[in-house]
Design a protein around this ligand. Structure first.
Ligand code: URA
Length: 209
């Protein structure tokens, strides 16, 4: 897909999300929060659900957790939030920031699946346990955060990189260190594994003997 085609498809998904009123959290939302960022990015971040600030602005991760995400992206990876794509498992704010329910996650699933296949990132970073469970079920985040793995999803292999949610890092000092350390690991995932060394031409090889 060209960049313009991706933008058009993502806009279609966003409009469907904004028009959707079949869940209480959608009816009660000030704004739906579809997601935003670079449609050609190699890295997609998936959080849990919009909070108070996101609901007011209609944009993901604009509160304290978002500030930490932005700061860490900039300081560790030299990336701006516009360089990546940021979205959530659930596209409307659950009241009092409660956990999203299985029904709410299921209602939003097709939109997220389409966002993933349109953007086709190399790496999907899950922020917190709800988005991790979409790709890596039956594990605890404290055991697997910072460990990348290939997961086939919709017929395509993605690198899934589970991370703590930035709100959890803000609550506990030890998690903050691990959150930042995981960003350093993420950075290494983006750099080429090894430089490509050109093979010497056959003539050069034979002349060695
Ligand atoms: N927490 C999330 O999981 N998503 C947001 O967009 C904001 C806070």
């Amino acid at each position: 897909m060209t960049t313009q085609e991706k933008i058009d498809e993502l806009n279609k998904v966003a409009q469907e999300i904004r028009d959707f009123k079949s869940l209480d959290i959608a009816k009660n939302a000030i704004h739906a929060v579809p997601g935003e960022g670079n449609p050609d990015t190699k890295i997609m971040f998936i959080g849990e659900a919009p909070g108070f600030n996101e609901d007011r602005e209609g944009r993901p991760f604009v509160g304290q957790a978002g500030k930490l995400l932005e700061k860490t992206l900039a300081e560790v990876m030299n990336l701006k939030r516009d360089d990546v794509y940021i979205t959530n498992i659930v596209k409307f704010r659950p009241p009092d920031n409660r956990d999203p329910t299985p029904v709410e996650i299921e209602a939003c699933r097709d939109w997220l699946d389409r966002q993933i296949s349109i953007i086709a990132p190399k790496i999907i970073c899950t922020l917190g346990r709800f988005s991790m469970a979409k790709f890596i079920p039956d594990v605890t985040i404290s055991r697997v955060h910072g460990q990348s793995r290939f997961v086939e999803f919709g017929g395509i292999k993605y690198i899934i990189f589970p991370m703590y949610h930035p709100a959890a890092a803000l609550r506990a000092g030890s998690m903050m260190q691990e959150f930042i350390a995981d960003f350093h690991k993420l950075k290494t995932l983006l750099s080429p594994v090894s430089p490509i060394v050109p093979m010497p031409p056959p003539q050069a090889q034979t002349s060695l003997f």
